[in-house]
Design a protein around this ligand. Structure first.
Ligand code: NDP
Length: 480
């Protein structure tokens, strides 16, 4: 049984309460490690460590901080297979996905922000008699809170720009998936990152996460998680006027126009619906299909999904693994029951798969396709965050735009059409932060990332991340 410890001031330390939380591999139900159940006392110690490390860290030149990010990327890369295996075990996702997305992109995040820091231009604005110089100052100590679906990827997406801008960090990963944050800490210790620059405290959100958000010495919070938790975080941080970035839930529309290339659209919609067992905030969990092609699209979509290899996440050919926990599977199954009560028909899935005895206690659920629900039913408008997709028809562009915009969320979406002008126009009519045309999750790290409405506040990505993790100050100097 591996014991994970907090990483505070460059040292691995137990939490002050001495209590621990079991960490399960959701595909087998096996408890294989324990994490500290940290609370406000531990967060206080971590914030103090981050505070004392911050002046020296921010005094480094940009080139020196950028070089540290590259060193972290290089060290992560040498352990990337170990990281992929750990992420797959902790989350239940297929090892192939953990390699392609989690371990690879975590390395990329550090490299990307190292480069971006070098490219950041200092703004100057000349007046007739004076010059304005805009200076980026670090915020100080920033708090980073991340979910379980893309654990190290989302943590590195926050740590890299925060460090780049001269801040020090107190982070709390989801207690369901703590292992890769722990491996990152081992790497930071191995390469000798100055003590206190990155501190990781493990524990429950309501205890340890809430203490980070409420801490008066933490100047900014970047939070990725559910909308309900985001509200709690915002309510705690707002009275202290902390900088706040909230990346929250989604109920994203995949829109298939009648002129879509069906090979591309069927494969794209299936990937968008079920990648990571449907546990990606950007997943297209509502598919709107032009009435004229609905029967053919539906037939081909069901065929495509039923070809997916469901099973042991550690097997090379597995395309669809386990959900992150049994509690989460219960929630997803309750939505499937609700869909039936709301008048839906299950076209595929809706049940637990039969797998080998080793996986008997795993949190598996088949990819599930539901037809026949009203687009404003609860199942088709609330975030399920699991392997459930609903299919709906539409008869005009205006109608489908109305459907796409009808939920409380505004995170992402995709439009599938061979008429790129129409696709672009439709994308602009969708009230969300990101829309892809004829692709999905095609990521360029320079572009804004975030949502509108109840999907969040603020944007991260590229220069926007660097702006979030800094305070812009203007110095106006009167000419001689
Ligand atoms: P949660 O909101 O439950 O948790 C997110 C993180 O916040 C966890 O580390 C959690 O800890 C912590 N937390 C919980 N309560 C508090 C609190 N009161 N104060 C501070 N921190 C707290 O989300 P999930 O982990 O279940 O992740 C799934 C959600 O994340 C989905 O809604 C999904 O859409 C969203 N998401 C959004 C993304 C985006 O970019 N927009 C990307 C990925 C996911 P603990 O685990 O202990 O509860």
């Amino acid at each position: 049984m591996e014991e994970i410890l907090n990483f505070i001031g460059g040292k691995f330390t137990p939490c002050s309460s001495g209590q621990s939380i079991d960490n399960l591999a959701p595909a087998t139900g096996e408890v294989y490690s324990k994490i500290p159940r940290s609370d406000a006392t531990d967060v206080d110690i971590a914030v103090a460590a981050a505070e004392s490390a911050q002046p020296a860290w921010s005094a480094l030149s940009r080139n020196e901080r950028s070089a540290w990010l590259v060193r972290i990327a290089e060290a992560l890369e040498t352990r990337s297979e170990e990281i992929a295996v750990a992420e797959s075990r902790d989350t239940g996702k297929p090892i192939s996905l953990a390699r392609a997305v989690d371990s690879t992109r975590s390395v990329n995040n550090f490299r990307f922000f190292a480069k971006m820091l070098g490219e950041r231009q200092q703004e100057t604005y000349a007046m007739s008699d004076a010059t304005n110089h805009v200076v980026d100052k670090p915020i100080g100590v920033v708090g980073l809170i991340t979910p379980w679906n893309l654990p190290l990827y989302l943590l590195s997406w926050k740590i890299a720009p925060a460090l780049a801008m001269g801040n020090t960090v107190v982070a709390k990963p989801s207690e369901l998936t703590p292992m890769t944050a722990h491996l990152l800490c081992e790497i930071l210790a191995d390469i000798g990152l100055p003590a206190g620059v990155v501190n990781v405290v493990h524990g429950y959100g309501g205890e340890c996460g809430a203490a980070i958000v409420a801490h008066p010495k933490v100047g900014a919070i970047s939070f990725t998680g559910g909308t309900a938790t985001g509200r709690v975080v915002a309510a705690s941080a707002a009275p202290m006027f902390k900088k706040l970035s909230l990346e929250l839930g989604g109920k994203n529309a995949t829109i298939i126009l009648e002129d879509a290339d069906l090979d591309l659209a069927v494969a794209g919609a299936a990937r968008a619906a079920f990648m990571n067992q449907g546990q990606v905030c950007l997943c297209g969990s509502r598919i709107f299909i032009a009435d004229s092609i609905r029967p053919e699209f539906t037939r081909r979509f069901v065929e495509q999904v039923e070809k997916m290899v469901v099973g042991d996440p550690s097997f090379e050919d597995t395309e669809f693994g386990s959900l992150v926990s049994h509690e989460h599977r219960d929630k997803v199954e309750s939505y499937i029951e609700l869909a039936l009560r709301e008048g839906g028909t299950i076209l595929s899935g809706g049940a637990r798969p039969e797998l080998s005895a080793r996986l008997d206690s795993g949190a598996f659920l088949l990819p599930t396709i539901i037809d026949g629900l009203a687009q404003d039913s609860r199942c088709a408008s609330e975030e399920i965050f699991g392997p459930v997709v609903t299919l709906h028809g539409f008869s005009s562009d205006a109608e489908v735009i109305g459907f796409a915009n009808s939920t409380e969320y505004g995170l992402a979406g995709s439009v599938w059409t061979t008429d790129l002008g129409r696709g672009r126009a439709m994308a602009e009519s969708i009230d969300s932060g990101m829309v892809w045309v004829n692709c999905w999750l095609h990521r360029d790290l320079r572009v804004p990332f975030g949502g509108t409405k109840n999907s969040g506040v603020g944007r991260e990505g590229g220069q926007r991340s660097l702006a979030f993790y800094s305070e812009a100050m203007n110095i106006c100097i009167l000419d001689d």
